[in-house]
Structures are given as structure tokens and as C-alpha cells.
Design a protein around this ligand. Structure first.
Ligand SMILES: [Zn+2]
Ligand SMILES: [Zn+2]
Ligand SMILES: [Zn+2]
Ligand SMILES: [Zn+2]
Length: 305
């Protein structure tokens, strides 16, 4: 346990003075760098891997937060794993009891750590216990791939997701803020749930993706078309879009605000936030013998002032 002695160095002990209960959750990095405690921060950086190991729960491997429990031999475990291991220490199998590891809890409380999305451009550093809250809302946190047709687990910032959609999902990118799109399907009566190829639109220096899906709304088979904004919700609100489907002398129009791709496509679909066309109606729009789905969707994206 030699490295832990480092933590009782005077430099490090000065950290808790930054850590007052009134403090806002984010610490300005520049402020810290201009501070005499800069050295403490740097020093802190060199031992974080040891501390990180100490604060890692041996069962779930996640970072531990108060309360942290320990067995009579001093092995630690997190509070969410404790009830799941039937009161046996996961390391030595001794009885666990209810002994808190206050030293480790205090150590954790004194830490200031960078946001885990540092690599994505976040410069924030946070008190250990505040980091999770920040990370759940960090504007730099990566987005999930918005492609709906597969269980894709790719994460990334917008430029890397655009490249991924083009390269790996073979998605087409259209430039401009108006579009005409055709969706076709033979034997649509047999299709209960289906997703069509996503289309990307590039306009106003942003990317939007157009989803088209067949699903069951209650007992009724329907189609839905909707647009998602590749960025955060607060920016998505600056845009509006319309979708229009027509045929056989009829027309349906939808106007809305694109949802951020932070929302899963299924969530947007289930909130019915898009142009919904009943299958019967869609086949009427398709014309002909109504045996085939042939929908022409036209759309427009504009910026709100
Ligand atoms: Zn755990
Ligand atoms: Zn133990
Ligand atoms: Zn962050
Ligand atoms: Zn993907």
C-alpha cells in the first residue's frame, strides 16, 4: 500500500480546501492552474491510476461512491454490490457486516477528477461525487449511432458519426434543405415492423436524419416518417421541418421540430412525433392496385429566427 502514503503529502492535503460544500459542481480549470494548488493538481494526476484502482469495486468494477463497505480484513465493496453478495466479502469470503470504509469515502470526497469525456473536448474537472451528475449531462458526451436498422453500438461526436453512417451503413448524404424521397415495398401487407434506410441531410452547417418505419400502433399498421437533429436538443429547437405525402388527389402534411439524436429513434417513434400514415391511407397514396407501397415524401428544413 506504499503509494497511498503519497496521499498524505502536504500538497495533496491542501485539496480539500477547494472542496467546500458551497462550491459549484464545476471547477474552472484555468482558475486552478493559476492557483498555488496547481502543483497539487499535477501531483494528483500522477497518482490517479492508483486511486482509481482503490476506488474500483472488485465486483462490478465501477467506481465506488459513499457508502463504501469493507470486511474485517479491509477489503472494500460498493453499496450496490453489497446486497447481491450475500454478506460475504468478494475477496476473502469473510462475513461483510456493515463496516463503512470512511477513510476511502473521505479520500474519494477530496478528489477532483476530469470529466471522462475529456477525450471528446470537455475541459471540466469535478469533485469526485459530482462527476457522475455532470457526465450524464456533459455536452461533450458522445452520441449513439442513430441508425435504426441494426443494434449498432458505435458512439462518437457528430463528425465521426456522419463518417460512420456513410462508411459503415452506406447512408446517402443529401445537400440542401428540401428533399423528395421515395419509399417502396412490395407486399406491404406482410410487413408489421420494418425500418428503411436512413437518409442524411446536410444544411445550415448541420446534419439531420430522416427515419421511415413501419410499426403497429395498437392494432393498426402504420408508417411514420420523422426527422432527427444530429446535435443536442437545445440546438435542435432552432430548426423546424415539414413532411408531405400526396397521391390520388390527397395530401398529408406534418410540421414539427426535429428531436435530437440523444433520443433513441424508437422513443421518438413511440411518442408519435412525426408524420403518421395509416397503412390503408399509405396504399391509397401509392395509387395503382394498392398491392405495393410507393410513397413519395417531400420535405423541407428551415431555421427558426
Ligand atoms: Zn460494485
Ligand atoms: Zn475480505
Ligand atoms: Zn464533461
Ligand atoms: Zn452505426
Amino acid at each position: 500500500m506504499a503509494p497511498i502514503d503519497l496521499f498524505f503529502d502536504d500538497d495533496i492535503r491542501s485539496i480539500p480546501s477547494v472542496d467546500s460544500p458551497q462550491m459549484e459542481e464545476s471547477i474552472d480549470v484555468n482558475e486552478l492552474l493559476n492557483d498555488p494548488m496547481h502543483t497539487a493538481l499535477k501531483f494528483n494526476g500522477t497518482i490517479t491510476s492508483t486511486i482509481r484502482e482503490l476506488l474500483k469495486c472488485p465486483v462490478c468494477l465501477n467506481a465506488m461512491y459513499s457508502p463504501i463497505y469493507q470486511c474485517s480484513n479491509g477489503h472494500t465493496v460498493c453499496s450496490s454490490c453489497k446486497p447481491r453478495i450475500h454478506d460475504r466479502c468478494p475477496t476473502c469470503r469473510h462475513e461483510l457486516g456493515n463496516i463503512r470504509c470512511l477513510a476511502l469515502e473521505k479520500l474519494a470526497a477530496s478528489l477532483i477528477v476530469p470529466c471522462k469525456y475529456q477525450g471528446f473536448g470537455c475541459k471540466g474537472i469535478y469533485l469526485y461525487h459530482n462527476r457522475i451528475k455532470h457526465e450524464s449531462q456533459c455536452p461533450h458526451r458522445p452520441y449513439n449511432c442513430p441508425y435504426a436498422g441494426s443494434e449498432c453500438t458505435v458512439l462518437g461526436d457528430i463528425p465521426s458519426l456522419v463518417a460512420h453512417l456513410k462508411d459503415d451503413h452506406k447512408v446517402d448524404v443529401h445537400n440542401g434543405c428540401t428533399f423528395h424521397h421515395r419509399y417502396a415495398k412490395s407486399n406491404p401487407q406482410e410487413v408489421e415492423n420494418a425500418t428503411w434506410m436512413l437518409t442524411l441531410f446536410s444544411c445550415f452547417g448541420q446534419y439531420f436524419c430522416l427515419h421511415f418505419e413501419a410499426f403497429q400502433l395498437g392494432t393498426a399498421p402504420v408508417y411514420i416518417a420523422f426527422l432527427q437533429f444530429m446535435g443536442d436538443d437545445n440546438e435542435a429547437k432552432n430548426y423546424s421541418y415539414s413532411l408531405e405525402v400526396c397521391g390520388d388527389g390527397k395530401k398529408m402534411i406534418w410540421e414539427g421540430v426535429p428531436k435530437s439524436i440523444r433520443d433513441n429513434h424508437r422513443k421518438v417513434r413511440d411518442s408519435l412525433d412525426g408524420l403518421i400514415i395509416q397503412r390503408k391511407m399509405a396504399l391509397r397514396f401509392s395509387g395503382g392496385d394498392q398491392k405495393e407501397l410507393k410513397l413519395r415524401v417531400t420535405g423541407r428544413i428551415w431555421k427558426e429566427h
